[in-house]
Design a protein around this ligand. Structure first.
Ligand code: PLP
Length: 239
């Protein structure tokens, strides 16, 4: 094994142990939680190593970086998740490789995603990104829609050709009433998921928790955790 593969393998084992321990503490089965490795800022070579080590879900937040990486890894059995703020002019490119877009937060984005998914002959899974710190405009600083906007967007996705409503995603807020209270934030997301599933029973994904707070996400009931630095190391630049 190369040094890099050894390092990533050791980090993965540690993250795996953290997820397993969090599941045990919460009385949940390990299979209830899927690890998504966030590969942003890291090279395609690292994605290849992750695939060799058994990772099946990877996430990116910028199309400029993700598109060439996904192309370089198109022979690998991976599902690509798009988790960043998405401009409509990038949607055609993103639909070319992403199986899921976790950052759906406005109706114009739904319309464009639907059009491009149909055009590409693909079905794109969508998570509504929820901003638990949404301000006046009903939107979060890092993207996301306020809780009051979930129902309308969810219905829109569910009725859009080429799209599938898979669930909800959030990033723990740095400001507002949930700042520093990750577990409370993730519990709120779970309640919102319960509401959404009344109308859309198949929308079962709850994507929450990153390197620093995956335990709180698992405790709250998350089905997917998105982990970057704990697997690949501290990012060389902001991303
Ligand atoms: C970067 C990122 C992550 C991973 O964060 P780490 O702290 O590196 O684990 C998760 N979710 C989103 C939306 C991200 O942009």
């Amino acid at each position: 094994m190369t040094d890099r593969k050894q390092q990533i393998s050791a980090n993965l084992a540690q993250v795996e142990e953290r997820i397993a321990a969090a599941c045990r503490a919460a009385g949940r089965k390990r299979e209830e939680v899927t690890l998504i490795v966030v590969t942003k800022t890291y090279p395609a070579g690292d994605v290849r190593i992750l695939s060799e080590l058994g990772v099946r879900d990877v996430a990116e937040n910028r199309d400029q970086d993700a598109a060439p990486k996904a192309a370089a890894c198109s022979d690998l059995p991976l599902t690509w998740h798009f988790v960043g703020q998405l401009q409509t002019n990038k949607v055609r490119s993103v639909v070319g490789y992403a199986g899921l877009v976790q950052s759906v937060d406005r109706s114009r984005l739904v319309t464009t995603l639907s059009r491009e998914a149909v055009r590409a002959g693909r079905e794109v899974g969508c998570l509504i990104q929820v901003a638990l710190d949404a301000g006046e405009g009903g939107r979060g600083e890092r993207g996301g829609v306020a809780p009051e906007g979930i129902e309308e967007l969810g219905d829109l996705v569910a009725n859009a050709p080429g799209l599938r409503l898979d669930g909800l995603m959030t990033v723990a807020p740095l400001t507002g009433e949930y700042a520093g209270r990750q577990q409370a934030a993730f519990e709120r997301l779970m309640d919102l998921s319960t509401d959404l599933r009344r109308a859309h029973p198949a929308a079962t994904m709850v994507s929450a928790g990153m390197s620093a707070d995956l335990e709180q996400a698992v405790a709250a009931g998350a089905t997917h955790v998105r982990v970057g630095t704990a697997v690949l190391g501290v990012r060389p630049r902001l991303g």
